[in-house]
Design a binder for this molecule. Structure first.
Ligand SMILES: Nc1ncnc2c1ncn2[C@@H]1O[C@H](COP(=O)(O)OP(=O)(O)OP(=O)(O)O)[C@@H](O)[C@H]1O
Ligand SMILES: [Mg+2]
Length: 325
C-alpha cells in the first residue's frame, strides 16, 4: 500500500440551518478509501450518504455548513482550495457517478460531444481528437457499436447505456477516485450486474479507488472490499466485507442482515426494521439506534464512540467486542 489513502475523511460534520433550527445530517464521520480499494457506504434513506459524497467534491447545497472535519485527497487537504482549484479537482482527480444518469446528461448534446468534453476543456484537444477519444472510452465501458451510438442523444440510450456513458465521462481524465452514488438502483438486475463488473474491471486496470454508495447489501457483498455502515448521520460499523457478513457486531448491522433474504440476491434491499431513523433535528443524546435496538440497556443512554481502528473491524456499540481483528 502507498503511504496516503486516496480519500481520507476525518471527523466530518455537516449541518443545515433551517427556521432557526440546526439539522446535523452528517455527524463526525471518518472514512478512508485506499488506492485500488472498492469501499461501500451503506445506509437507509436520509442517513447522510449523498451529503458525505458531495462534501468531497465541494458541491454541498448552499445552506449546508461544514461545521467540522477535514477531507484529503492523496494526503492533500481540500479545505484550503479555492473554487477554481476545486473545479480542476472535479473530473481530474475525483469523478461522481450520480444515481440518475439521464438527468445528469445534457439532453440536447450528442453523447460523443459530452463524453469528449473533458478532453477539450482540460486537455485542450481539438474536436476530432476529443471525439475519437470519446468513442474509445465508450468502447472501453462496453457500449455496443460505440462509433455509431456515440452520435446519438442520451434519450436514445437505454438506462444501462446512459449509465455507461456517465461512467465513461467520469473516467475520461483518469481520476484517482470514483464516487458512485447508487448508480445501479434504477437498472434491472442483469444490467446492474454488468455495471458492477465494469467497475471491478476499472479498479483492476487503473487501480482506481472507488467509494460506492448504496442501500443494497447484495451489491456490497458482490462488489466491495470494505464497508461502512451509516445510520442517522454517523458511522456505526466499519469492516472488511467478509468480516461484516460473517460477524456483524452492531445490532443495527445484525438487523439489516437478518432483514435481507439472501445476501447474494442482487435485489436484496434493506427491509423493515421496526421504528424510524431519528430526525437530524432531534438526534438522541445517547446511542442513535437505541430506540429500535433489541439489545438496548442502561449504558445506551450515553453514546459509545467508534474506535479509531483504520481498516479493522469496529462498531459503535457498548456490546461490541473491544478487540480488533
Ligand atoms: N437541501 C437540503 N436542505 C435541508 N436538508 C437536506 C437537504 N438535502 C438533504 N437534506 C437532509 O440531509 C439528510 C441526509 O440526506 P442525504 O441526501 O445525504 O441522504 P442519503 O443517505 O443520501 O439518502 P438516500 O438513500 O435517500 O439518497 C436528510 O435528512 C435530508 O433530509
Ligand atoms: Mg442519497
Amino acid at each position: 500500500m502507498t503511504s496516503a489513502p486516496t480519500l481520507c475523511i476525518a471527523d466530518l460534520t455537516i449541518e443545515f440551518a433551517s427556521r432557526r433550527r440546526l439539522a446535523r445530517v452528517v455527524d463526525s464521520v471518518s472514512l478512508e478509501v485506499w488506492p485500488g480499494e472498492i469501499v461501500g457506504l451503506i445506509g437507509e434513506s436520509g442517513s447522510g450518504k449523498t451529503m458525505t459524497a458531495l462534501s468531497v467534491l465541494g458541491l454541498l447545497p448552499r445552506r449546508a455548513r461544514l461545521s467540522s472535519g477535514t477531507i484529503s485527497l492523496g494526503g492533500d487537504p481540500l479545505a484550503a482550495k479555492s473554487e477554481h482549484e476545486m473545479r480542476r479537482i472535479r473530473g481530474r482527480r475525483v469523478a461522481l457517478i450520480p444515481q440518475d444518469a439521464l438527468r445528469a446528461l445534457n439532453p440536447v448534446m450528442r453523447v460523443d460531444a459530452q463524453v469528449g468534453e473533458p478532453y477539450e476543456i482540460h486537455r485542450s484537444m481539438g474536436w476530432d481528437e476529443a471525439r475519437r477519444r470519446a468513442v474509445d472510452l465508450l468502447d472501453s465501458v462496453h457500449l455496443p457499436q460505440p462509433k455509431l451510438r456515440a452520435r446519438e442523444y442520451p434519450h436514445q440510450f437505454s438506462g444501462g447505456m446512459q449509465q455507461r456513458a456517465m461512467i465513461a465521462m467520469g473516467l475520461a481524465l483518469e481520476p484517482e477516485l470514483l464516487i458512485c452514488d447508487e448508480p445501479t438502483t434504477a437498472l434491472d438486475v442483469t444490467v446492474q450486474a454488468q455495471v458492477l463488473k465494469l467497475l471491478r474491471e476499472i479498479r483492476d486496470t487503473h487501480g482506481t479507488a472507488i467509494l460506492f454508495i448504496t442501500h443494497d447489501l447484495g451489491v456490497i457483498a458482490e462488489l466491495c472490499d470494505r464497508v461502512y455502515v451509516m445510520y442517522a448521520g454517523a458511522i456505526l460499523e466499519a469492516a472488511p466485507v467478509a468480516e461484516l457478513f460473517a460477524r456483524p457486531r452492531h445490532p443495527y448491522t445484525q438487523a439489516l442482515l437478518r432483514s435481507t433474504p439472501t445476501v447474494r440476491s442482487v435485489q436484496a434491499e434493506l427491509m423493515s426494521i421496526p421504528g424510524q431513523i431519528p430526525s437530524p433535528f432531534e438526534l438522541p443524546a445517547g446511542c442513535r439506534f437505541a430506540d429500535r435496538c433489541p439489545r438496548r440497556h442502561e449504558r445506551c443512554a450515553a453514546e459509545p464512540a467508534l474506535p479509531a481502528a483504520a481498516l479493522n473491524h469496529v462498531a459503535r456499540c457498548w456490546l461490541a467486542d473491544a478487540h480488533d481483528d
